[in-house]
Design a protein around this ligand. Structure first.
Ligand code: AMP
Length: 383
């Protein structure tokens, strides 16, 4: 399976995924989407950052009927942050359709939520207590629900919500399928699954391929304002043969490339906005060694196979662990050693910690010891 299109998803949704930069399904999506779409129950053992929101969100969007204003999918999550995040994510997949998700959580006025319910969202994402509150008030009717998802079920168990979850499952009267996602599947969850699920397919998603033993991984805490200077120092103090510096946006690649040029460092920018000819020229300058630094977006990292990349520098922390491992996998190829350095600014800390956790805390704190030498490693060229 190569693309969301091949999976048979609605072109309107594929278009929205494309806008989000989702080019290919992650492994969990490849495995879970067809099963949920076919109507089966699923127990998915997976970690945060694996892409599970789309793994259940996309089949839900296919299953529900746009013309029916009833609630047709219920997603139960442990925290309000997750409720908001999951609803937002699903709405971004659904932006070209009339299907909508609404988050219902405690701590927000119930009246505002009752108002929002009048818009007739077909997908409800909520925390257990507030969902029960709406069920009691009859503002949430579950008789047309086709699909129930329990997300981060182990956290709901730890937080003491399991009784509430059972009550919600009992209140979901119509014929429906059920999926449970959890990082661990303790006995209590298995019991719950036995009681409320029909022949669930169990899917274990291995953590991301962490086969990056040849890569030395470091991080560098830096101020947003001082980031450029830290990068320059880094480029001077490291023995850079060839480095790819990753940025979040196309604009940032142009901007950073210009800043490097202004400081006498030869670099090229590569991103999806360039014409094929411009990309080829930039790539050639990099491959032939005229420019030792390539400033790239994530998109450019996929499928790039260039020999002798000694350093990967994340000027921005990637959004998710997959991107991180994709990026750093551009070095340390064919048994050669590589170095990956991730610059972490205060707003990017949480994202970085997620990546650090998935990777097993192997990314070490880097210290730049040397001052900027007189002669830079890279010379200015006209690229
Ligand atoms: P999740 O585990 O659902 O929170 O997803 C983790 C991160 O991966 C989120 O930032 C998603 O937007 C992103 N993501 C999920 N699926 C894909 C995909 N197929 N391609 C690119 N990014 C994705």
């Amino acid at each position: 399976m190569n693309s969301f299109e091949d999976m048979g998803l609605n072109p309107k949704i594929v278009g929205a995924l494309d806008d989000l930069g989702f080019k290919k399904p992650f492994p969990i999506q490849e495995r879970v989407i067809p099963i949920l779409w076919s109507g089966s129950d699923v127990i998915g053992q997976s970690h945060t950052g694996s892409g599970k929101t789309a793994a259940f969100g996309l089949p839900i969007l296919e299953i529900i009927d746009e013309k029916n204003p009833a609630v047709q999918a219920l997603i139960v999550v442990p925290t309000r942050e997750l409720a908001v995040q999951v609803a937002r994510e699903i709405n971004s997949y659904a932006k070209n359709t009339y299907k909508r998700a609404l988050a219902l959580y405690g701590g927000e006025s119930i009246y505002a939520q009752l108002d929002a319910m009048r818009e007739r969202p077909q997908i409800i994402v909520g925390t257990p207590g507030r969902l029960l509150d709406h069920i009691d008030r009859k503002s949430l009717k579950l008789d047309e629900v086709l699909c129930v998802i329990l997300d981060e079920a182990d956290r709901m168990l730890d937080m003491g919500f399991i009784e509430d979850v059972e009550q919600i499952l009992r209140a979901t009267s119509g014929a429906h399928q059920t999926a449970l996602f959890s990082a661990t599947i303790p006995q209590e969850l298995l019991k719950l699954a036995r009681r409320y699920m029909k022949n669930p397919r169990e899917i274990l998603i291995e953590s991301i391929d962490l086969n990056v033993k040849e890569i030395e991984q470091h991080f560098l805490v830096t101020d947003t304002k001082k980031r450029i200077e830290s990068l320059i120092r880094l480029l001077h103090s490291e023995k850079v043969g060839r480095a790819i510096v990753f940025c979040r946006t196309k604009r940032d690649t142009f901007w950073l490339n210009r800043m490097l040029h202004e400081r006498g460092i030869s670099s090229v920018a590569i991103n999806g906005n360039l014409s094929q000819g411009q990309r080829d020229r930039a790539m050639e300058a990099f491959v032939k060694g005229r420019s030792r630094i390539m400033v790239a977006t994530d998109l450019a990292s996929r499928g790039l196979d260039i020999d002798g990349v000694t350093h990967i520098i994340n000027f921005d922390v990637p959004d998710d662990p997959y991107s991180y491992f994709h990026r750093i996998g551009r070095t340390g190829r064919a048994g050669k050693k590589g170095i990956a350095i991730t610059m972490v600014t205060p707003p990017q800390r949480a994202n970085f910690e997620r990546i650090q956790k998935v990777g097993g805390n192997v990314i070490k704190n880097a210290q730049i010891q040397r001052e900027v030498p007189q002669h830079s490693v890279a010379t200015r060229t006209s690229d």
